[in-house]
Design a binder for this molecule. Structure first.
Ligand code: AMP
Length: 553
């Protein structure tokens, strides 16, 4: 881990992209295949490959406790140093370096045994798989004991999902290309289809990049849509005729099917099949094998019911038969990632086929009840789009996702090939950074949230800047549950206000955004209200300061 950490420090130490790539490439060339795969995954700021559901990471409480224990620091010390840098890795470094300095002052010769990259990743696996929080702390402390402060700092950063060394995933891909003399476009493609930068690095090393394929039961990052302000903007950007699909307000899910084995994955790549046994049962008899993209919804026969009903079913690992009967779920398919050409034949990837072809393949699939195809129209003007939008709303859907019919399926990318047009009301996904007890009926519960967006200005990436504060619009049960969570994840109490771990994402609705000095972002929302919790989104998927600036009036 030490050489990896030194390379990361060197990368952080230069702002020149070409130098960052050269430093990484040289280091990657020196590694054996197993270490290479892990090194690349860690450089993307993740403990596991993107397609690995274990990527969820480790809670802050475990990091805080383990670091305090290993550094022999008093409880609360971590929170205090964290306040100086807002960076948990840096906080770990500060405490562990202080421990080493103290030991040396007492005449001890301080050495650290270090751990290999596969050993560190194996320790991460044991940590995320440990059931009891105390076991997680023990395992993390055992790992940190072996590392020097620099390596420990990066272990904490990787676990937290953020390196802050000015390294975008694209640079890691460039470094892999440069290390092994392969075209970067081929590396990028392999990363996209396998969902694993480590696997792509191995393939690049062995000159087998063209063999990269999506695999069944290894979910890919879903393709994302960019927000559009109105129909005029979309009509300007998209060539006619446009493909306007209804935007369904449910839960994004990827369906993987091989014979009788059907699994559903959420957009954060968790296996949610147990929550939707009715959908898996409905899909099982279908004759195709492959990977589909779509939305899980409450569906009564073929009609779609409001999202609020689905919320009753969520949060339960396995719904009861009564719940399944009361709130039946269905699946709207809107894309095909891979399909068998005929029943029983091997699955063929469709990522590089245009949407027209992918849709044609979907239309030829036989579908049982409650597995339906997304509604599609072909408007050729802004006025036509407006009419399609109103019709989608009349069908009870949220709006439109307008797609370029020639576009390919690009996992994890938010490009201009898909543009989403939502209800007039704007919403932003924000991270809760502080909470307060409410007033009146909400006295005694933490119902007032202060939330932030991601700063994406060069040199500030990764920081969170506050943009508003709102009384929670959540249900009493949700507020009670979140109160317990925030109490357990308070970083610091400042009178009534609690600074909390910045990990909860909420969708905030508002009327307008204006420049203001009230919040650190330089903007404030008018009439903000919490529309819903977004447990499916990680804080690094929250909206950015530039999106806020774009919406400001
Ligand atoms: P948002 O959650 O507002 O960022 O909007 C993007 C989400 O819309 C996707 O992640 C999907 O869950 C959902 N969605 C609903 N209908 C469609 C569709 N026809 N095409 C693509 N995404 C859709």
């Amino acid at each position: 881990m030490r050489p990896w950490a030194e390379t990361a420090s060197d990368v952080a130490g230069t702002s020149r992209t070409s130098e960052k790539i050269a430093l990484l490439a040289e280091y990657l060339r020196s590694l054996d295949p197993d270490s290479l795969a892990v090194a690349c995954v860690f450089f993307t700021g993740r403990p596991f490959p993107a397609a690995d559901p274990r990527s969820a990471g480790v809670g802050w409480a475990a990091v805080r406790e383990a670091v305090e224990r290993v550094a022999s620091a008093r409880p609360g010390a971590f929170g205090e140093v964290y306040d100086r840098s807002s960076d948990p890795g840096r906080a770990a470094y500060d405490l562990l370096a202080a421990r080493d300095a103290e030991r040396e002052r007492l005449g001890e010769r301080v050495t650290h045994p270090d751990a290999s990259l596969p050993e560190v990743q194996a320790a991460f696996a044991a940590i995320v798989e440990a059931r009891r929080p105390a076991a997680r702390v023990d395992l993390l402390a055992a790992l940190l004991e072996r590392l020097d402060p620099l390596a420990a700092m990066y272990v904490v950063k990787v676990l937290g999902g953020e390196l802050r060394i000015g390294l975008r995933e694209g640079l890691v891909e460039s470094a892999i290309g440069s290390a092994f003399g392969r075209p970067v476009a081929e590396v990028r493609h392999a990363v996209m289809v396998t969902g694993d930068v480590g696997e792509a690095a191995r393939l690049a090393r062995d000159d087998r990049l063209r063999e990269a394929r999506p695999s069944l039961f290894r979910p890919l990052q879903p393709m994302l849509a960019s927000p559009a302000r109105d129909a005029d903007e979309i009509a300007r950007r998209m060539p006619a005729p446009m493909w306007a699909e209804d935007k369904y307000d449910g839960i994004r899910a990827q369906m993987h099917k091989l014979g009788e084995d059907v699994r559903l994955y959420s957009r954060d790549l968790h296996d949610v099949t147990r929550q939707f046994p009715d959908v898996a049962d409905a899909a099982r008899p279908m004759s195709w094998d492959g990977i589909l993209d779509g939305e899980l919804l409450v569906m009564d026969d073929a009609s779609i019911l409001p999202f609020a009903r689905l919320q009753n079913r969520l949060g339960r690992v396995a719904p009861s038969p009564a719940m399944l009967a009361e709130v039946p779920a269905g699946y709207v398919i809107f894309d095909a990632i891979a399909l068998s050409p005929a029943p029983g034949e091997p699955v063929i990837p469709l990522l590089d086929a245009p949407l027209t072809e992918r849709r044609a393949r979907l239309e030829s699939l036989e579908r049982p009840d409650r597995i339906v195809l997304g509604h599609l129209e072909h408007p050729d003007s802004a006025a036509g789009l407006d009419a399609a939008f109103d019709a989608a709303r009349a069908r009870g859907n949220e709006g439109l996702v307008v797609k370029d019919p020639t576009s390919l399926y690009t996992p994890g990318r938010r490009g201009l090939a898909w543009l989403k047009l939502k209800k007039a009301l704007a919403t932003l996904d924000c991270v809760v950074v502080g909470v307060e007890v409410g007033h009146g009926k909400r006295h005694g519960v933490l119902s007032d949230y202060t939330f932030a967006v991601r700063d994406d200005r060069p040199g500030h990436e990764g920081a969170l800047v506050t943009v508003g504060k709102a009384y929670s619009g959540l249900t009493d049960a949700e507020i009670a549950e979140m109160t317990r969570w925030f109490e357990a994840h308070t970083l610091r109490r400042l009178g009534r206000y609690r600074l909390v771990e910045p990990t909860v994402v909420v969708e905030v609705a508002f009327d307008r955004i204006q420049a203001s000095t009230r919040h650190a972002s330089g903007y404030a929302m008018r009439f903000p209200r919490i529309a819903r919790l977004r447990p499916d989104k990680r804080p690094d998927e929250a909206d950015t300061l530039s999106t806020v600036a774009g919406l400001a009036t």
